[in-house]
Design a protein around this ligand. Structure first.
Ligand code: ADP
Length: 257
């Protein structure tokens, strides 16, 4: 992404400090501290229920948190500021496991919707931009198609184009290949890898360990609501320090067979 006016050179694009989030009495995030540099690709791994998805939803302003602070691209967000949360959502793109395309709109209309709602630009200008974004995910010929005529992999690529339409400073990916047939996973991961190559800051929760190993600059292992271990992929996968990470990697190996 391009450098925002409120961004200091060298400052982390994302800074999470002492973030805590509970659902009722159940504390799901127990004090998360994390800095992410501009252009960095961070993979988040960990068992189901460890809080990965909740963390992404907090960063995107989809969840209210009880303690701590978030700074995204120079925008400060404290736990008790709903207005700041709405602003935050505009600087952060998010892609989910389910593609969530509007079934009654064409592919092009799905991609045009987000910037139209936010920036209220002209229709022609938005269409041109949507075409360029669809080309970027390899789907320029699908502009007028309806979503249900596309494969799951193609639908997810449309969802990526739609998220890019917001010009996000950071892109959050929450298990974006988990709902796909195995033969469609590669085409989506290749698009994500191209975003990384173009310098997009990426935070992705993933079960694709080989992808994390290959593409991530840094891997975060979450366990019971905390960042339990963090490091370059070589260390996380090659020399895990804690028994919890070693056990998790053993489980993943078993399930990949
Ligand atoms: P992960 O993404 O690592 O699988 P989640 O962030 O989805 O973990 O969930 C962490 C914990 O928070 C789980 O115990 C889950 O049951 C709980 N949780 C998630 N969302 C909600 C919710 N909306 N209400 C209550 N509990 C929730």
């Amino acid at each position: 992404g391009d450098a925002g006016a409120h961004t200091q050179v060298g400052a982390p694009i994302l800074r999470i400090t002492a973030l805590r989030k509970s659902y009722g009495a159940h504390e799901v995030l127990k004090g998360i501290d994390l800095d992410v540099a501009r252009g960095e690709v961070v993979a988040i791994i960990g068992k189901s229920g460890s809080g990965k998805s909740t963390l992404l939803r907090c960063i995107n302003g989809l969840e209210v948190f009880q303690q701590g602070s978030l700074i995204v691209d120079g925008r400060h967000l404290l736990h008790d500021n709903p207005k700041a949360m709405r602003e935050l959502r505009q600087g952060v793109g998010m892609i989910f496991q389910s593609f969530n395309l509007f079934p009654h709109l064409t592919v092009g209309q799905n991609v045009m919707l987000a910037p139209h709602l936010v920036k209220r630009r002209g229709r022609a200008q938005n269409a041109e931009r949507a075409r360029a974004l669809l080309a970027r995910v390899g789907l320029s010929e699908k502009f007028d198609a309806m979503p249900d005529k596309l494969s799951g992999g193609q639908q997810q690529r449309v969802a990526i184009a739609r998220a890019l339409a917001m010009d996000p400073a950071i892109m959050l990916c929450d298990e974006i290949t988990s709902a796909l047939d195995p033969e469609l996973v590669g085409e989506v991961l290749r698009v994500v890898e191209s975003l990384a190559d173009e310098g997009m800051t990426l935070l992705m929760v993933t079960h694709e360990m080989s992808f994390a190993r290959k593409v991530a600059d840094r891997v975060i292992f979450m366990h019971q609501g905390l960042v339990h271990e963090m490091g370059p992929p070589e260390t996380i996968f090659g020399a895990p320090q804690t028994p919890e990470l070693r056990q998790f990697l053993g489980l993943m190996e078993g399930s990949a067979a």
